[in-house]
Design a protein around this ligand. Structure first.
Ligand code: BGC
Length: 733
C-alpha cells in the first residue's frame, strides 16, 4: 500500500507529478484494475474480495454510504495499490428529489435554473457517496419512438449543447475537488439518438458532415466547459461501433478537441463489439477498444481478463495502458479522493430539503408547455366544482419518469394531492381515476365519470405514459395513448363541460385527436417529485405556463423523423398537400404538384419546435441589427422589443434563428442560435438584446472544413420556430 501519502506531501506536488509517481510504482495488474468498472448490485462480501485484489477502479449503483465507506476502506487499506474507488450512478434528472425528465427540463429553456437544480442534485448524490454521474445525455433525438428521447434535451444541437453544459457546471461545481461535486459524463458518444426506426441500440447511418454539424457539437460544448468524462455509445455508425472507433475517441476527441478526461464504455459495450460482429471474442474486443481510446471498461471485464496477455504478447503497447490509467488516476486526484475518499457528511442534509424541493417545483412549472387554451385556464373564481379523472392524476411512481433510481415515490406530490391540498378548501374536487394505470383497458367507470362530469364546472384529465413506457430499451411503434385513455377522453368530451387534458409522458405522443376534443392542453412530460404541485400552480394560475417545445410534435408516426431545422430540398412542400380526399380518382400524376410531402397528411407538424402558450400574450416589434455586414470574427448585435400585451405577468422565450438559402453545401431552413427568457409585468415592454458571435454560424463546408461562409443570411427573432420578425445581414471578407 503506497498511495496514501500524507496530504502535505501531495499538496506540494502537481497532480501530474503525483500521477506519474503513483503510476511508476504500479504493477501491470494494479493498472489493469484501474480500468475495470463493475455493478455493485451483488453480494457485498464478493465485491470486497474483488476490491481487496485490486481489480476494480469504480463501482456503480451503491448508494448506501455505510457500504461505500466500508468498500473504500478496504480499497485504501487492503488492496495492493491502495487507490481509492470512485462510486458512480446514473444521476440523470435529480437524485432523491427527482427533477423533470431532461426533455421536460429542456422545455424550460432555462439554463440558469437547470444549473441550479443540477447543483442541488449533486448535493443530494454526494451525500450518498456518489462522485461520478453518468449524465448529461446529449443525444440529438428526432424520433419519438426512441424511448430514450426522454433523457435527451430534444432535437436541437445548439440547445442540447447549452443545456448539457449547464448540467455539467451544476454537477461539477466550482471545483471537482469540492466534496459536493461529481464528475459529469457526457453521453453517448456519438449518434445513438439516430437509431434506425427509433429502435434502441439500432444501427445509425450518419454521414460525416451531419455527424460534425448536428451530433458532435453538444459534446464539444461540454468538453469546452470542462466535462470530466465521456461515455461511448452502443450504436455502430456506418459500420463502426463507437467503443472501438479510434478516429472518434482519439483522433477527434483527444487530438483535435484536446479532451484530457476519462472515456468510459457504455454498459458492456467493449464486449458489445462481438455481437456487432467486428470482434471475435473479448480478447479481440479489449484490444480494439483500448487502442481506440476507451479507458474504462464498464462491466464487460474484457480488459480485466485479457489486457495482461495482450500486453505480454505485444498486441497492446504498455504505453497505451499507462495513458488510460493516467487519466483515471488524474480524475481521482482531481476529485480529491486521495485526501477525502469517504462520503461527505452533511451538517444539515440536503436530501428532500425545502430549497431542493422548491427548485424542483419551479423547474417542473417551467417545463410545462401549454399547447392549447380556449379561455379555460387558469381556473377562476367561478369554478366551484372540479372533476379529476385519468390514471396519471395519482401516479407517484410513474410521474418520476425513467431513470429515477433514487426517487422515493412516497415523496412525490401528485396532481390530485396538490389540488386537494392547495385548492380543496375553495373548490369541491371529485376524483374518479377511471383507469388504474395508462395501459388499463377497462371502460367500467365511464358512465359514472360522465355523470360526475355533468355536475362539474371543469374536467381535469391526467393521461399519459407509465414510467416504464419510455427510457432505455423502451421504444414504441405507436405513439397513441395506451389502454383506454383515448376512449376515456372521448367519453368525457361528450359531456358539455370544459375539458382540460394534461399529458404526463416521456416523449411527444400523437395527440391530434385529443387536442381537437379538449378545451385546453398542458404537456407536462414526466415532471418528477414536485410535478403535481407545479401543475396545480399552473392550473389555478398561481403561475403562468412558459415552457416551449424542445422537440417537434408529429401529427402521426408516419411523419417521423420530423424536425424544424430540416434542409430546403429541391421540391419543398407548400403546406397544402396531404389531403387525400381531395384527389380525384382519375388523377394520374399527382394533382398536388411534385413536392416532398405525403398524400395523406399535411407536411407541417402538429406543433412545431419552440411553440408554447402563456396566460398572457406577447408582441414583438422593432427588430434592429447593429451592422448589416459583418466579418467572420465579428459579433452580431441584434435586438427586439418584447411587450407583454396581456393582463398578467408572464415569461416569453425569445428565440434567435438564422438561415441562408445558398451556400457551398445544402443548409437547414433555419437554425436556433440563441434564446433568452424574459419575464414581463402586464403592459411592460423591454428591449431584448442578443450577441451572436459570427463563428457560431460555421458549418462544415464543401471541403469538410468548419468555416463561416460569406453570403446573405436571414435572422429571425421570434416566439417559436415559425413566428417572428426577420432582418438580414451579410457576412463579408
Ligand atoms: C446506459 C447508460 C448508463 C449505463 C449505466 C447503459 O445501459 O446506456 O446510459 O449510463 O447503462 O447504468
Amino acid at each position: 500500500m503506497f498511495a496514501l501519502l500524507p496530504f502535505c506531501v501531495f499538496a506540494q506536488q502537481s497532480i501530474d507529478q503525483r500521477v506519474e509517481e503513483l503510476l511508476s510504482k504500479m504493477t501491470i495488474e494494479d493498472k489493469i484494475g484501474q480500468l475495470n468498472q463493475m455493478d455493485g448490485r451483488r453480494d457485498v462480501e464478493k465485491i470486497k474480495d474483488e476490491v481487496r485484489r485490486g481489480t476494480l477502479t469504480s463501482i456503480m449503483n451503491i448508494v448506501d454510504p455505510a457500504v461505500t465507506n466500508e468498500l473504500q476502506r478496504v480499497a485504501i487499506e487492503e488492496s495492493p495499490a491502495g487507490i481509492p474507488l470512485l462510486f458512480a450512478r446514473d444521476v440523470v434528472h435529480g437524485f432523491n428529489t427527482v427533477l423533470p425528465i431532461p426533455l421536460g427540463m429542456a422545455a424550460s429553456w432555462d439554463e440558469e435554473l437547470i444549473e441550479a437544480a443540477a447543483r442541488n442534485t449533486a448535493l443530494e448524490a454526494t451525500e450518498r457517496g456518489i462522485r461520478w454521474a453518468f449524465a448529461p445525455m446529449m443525444d440529438i433525438a428526432r424520433d419519438a419512438r426512441w424511448g430514450r428521447i426522454a433523457e435527451s434535451f430534444g432535437e436541437d444541437t445548439y440547445m442540447a449543447g447549452r443545456l448539457a453544459a449547464a448540467v455539467v457546471r451544476g454537477y461539477q461545481g466550482e471545483s471537482l475537488s469540492d466534496q459536493t461535486s461529481m464528475a459529469a459524463c457526457a453521453k453517448h458518444f456519438v449518434g445513438y439518438g439516430d437509431a434506425e426506426g427509433g429502435r434502441d441500440y439500432n444501427t445509425t447511418t450518419i454521414p460525416p458532415r451531419t455527424l460534425r454539424d448536428v451530433y458532435l457539437p453538444p459534446f464539444k460544448a461540454c468538453v469546452d466547459d470542462g466535462c470530466a468524462s465521456i461515455m461511448t455509445s452502443f450504436n455502430d455508425n456506418d459500420g463502426l461501433p463507437s467503443t472501438g472507433n479510434r478516429w472518434l475517441l482519439t483522433e477527434l476527441l483527444r487530438e483535435q478537441w484536446g479532451f484530457e478526461g476519462v472515456v468510459v464504455s457504455d454498459w458492456g459495450s467493449v464486449a458489445g463489439l462481438i455481437p456487432h460482429g467486428v470482434a471475435h471474442d473479448k480478447r479481440d474486443a479489449a484490444q480494439q477498444c483500448i487502442v481506440a481510446g476507451c479507458d474504462v471498461d464498464m462491466s464487460s471485464r474484457s480488459y480485466l481478463l485479457h489486457l495482461k496477455d495482450l500486453i505480454e504478447k505485444g498486441e497492446v503497447d504498455e504505453a497505451v495502458l499507462d495513458e488510460a490509467v493516467r487519466r483515471v488516476l488524474k480524475l481521482k486526484m482531481e476529485l480529491g479522493l486521495f485526501e477525502q475518499p469517504y462520503a461527505r457528511t452533511a451538517e444539515k442534509s440536503d436530501i428532500y430539503s425545502e430549497e431542493v424541493l422548491n427548485t424542483a417545483c419551479r423547474l417542473a412549472e417551467e417545463s410545462v408547455v401549454m399547447l392549447k387554451n380556449e379561455s379555460v385556464l387558469p381556473l377562476g373564481e367561478d369554478v366551484k366544482r372540479v372533476l379529476v379523472v385519468g390514471p396519471m392524476a395519482d401516479a407517484p411512481y410513474d410521474q418520476m419518469g425513467t431513470w429515477a433510481l433514487d426517487g422515493d415515490k412516497t415523496h412525490s406530490v401528485t396532481p390530485i394531492m396538490a389540488l386537494r391540498e392547495e385548492w380543496g378548501d375553495r373548490v369541491v374536487i371529485d376524483y374518479i381515476p377511471c383507469l388504474t394505470h395508462p395501459r388499463d383497458k377497462s371502460t367500467a367507470e365511464f358512465k359514472k365519470m360522465q355523470k360526475a362530469a355533468r355536475k362539474a364546472d371543469v374536467v381535469l384529465a391526467f393521461v399519459g405514459e407509465e414510467q416504464m413506457m419510455s427510457g432505455e430499451a423502451h421504444s414504441l411503434s405507436s405513439l397513441d395513448l395506451q389502454g383506454a385513455q383515448s376512449q376515456m377522453l372521448e367519453a368525457v368530451a361528450e359531456v358539455d363541460t370544459p375539458l382540460v387534458t394534461v399529458f404526463m409522458a416521456g416523449r411527444p405522443l400523437t395527440i391530434a385527436r385529443q387536442v381537437e376534443i379538449s378545451d385546453a392542453i398542458l404537456y407536462a412530460w414526466h415532471p418528477g417529485t414536485m410535478g403535481g404541485k407545479a401543475l396545480a400552480n399552473i392550473i389555478f394560475g398561481k403561475s403562468s405556463p412558459s415552457g416551449k417545445l424542445p422537440v417537434t410534435f408529429p401529427r402521426n408516426v408516419g411523419q417521423i423523423p420530423i424536425y424544424y431545422n430540416h434542409k430546403h430540398t429541391s421540391h419543398r412542400a407548400k403546406g397544402t398537400e396531404g389531403n387525400l380526399d381531395s384527389i380525384p380518382r382519375e388523377a394520374y400524376q399527382s394533382v398536388m404538384g411534385h413536392t416532398s410531402s405525403y398524400l395523406d397528411v399535411a407536411p407541417s407538424p402538429l406543433f412545431h419546435f419552440g411553440y408554447g402558450l402563456s396566460y398572457t400574450t406577447f408582441e414583438l416589434s422593432d427588430i434592429a441589427i447593429e451592422k448589416t455586414a459583418v466579418t467572420a470574427d465579428d459579433t452580431i448585435r441584434v435586438s427586439v422589443v418584447v411587450k407583454n400585451s396581456g393582463t398578467r405577468e408572464g415569461t416569453e422565450v425569445v428565440q434567435l434563428y438564422t438561415g441562408r438559402k445558398t451556400a457551398s453545401v445544402t443548409q437547414p431552413m433555419k437554425e436556433l442560435k440563441g434564446f433568452q427568457r424574459v419575464t414581463l409585468a402586464a403592459g411592460e415592454s423591454r428591449k431584448v438584446e442578443f450577441e451572436l458571435p459570427v463563428s457560431r454560424l460555421a458549418f462544415h463546408n464543401r471541403d469538410m472544413v468548419l468555416a463561416v461562409e460569406e453570403g446573405k443570411y436571414t435572422l429571425w427573432l421570434g416566439t417559436d420556430s415559425q413566428n417572428g420578425l426577420k432582418t438580414y445581414f451579410k457576412i463579408i471578407k
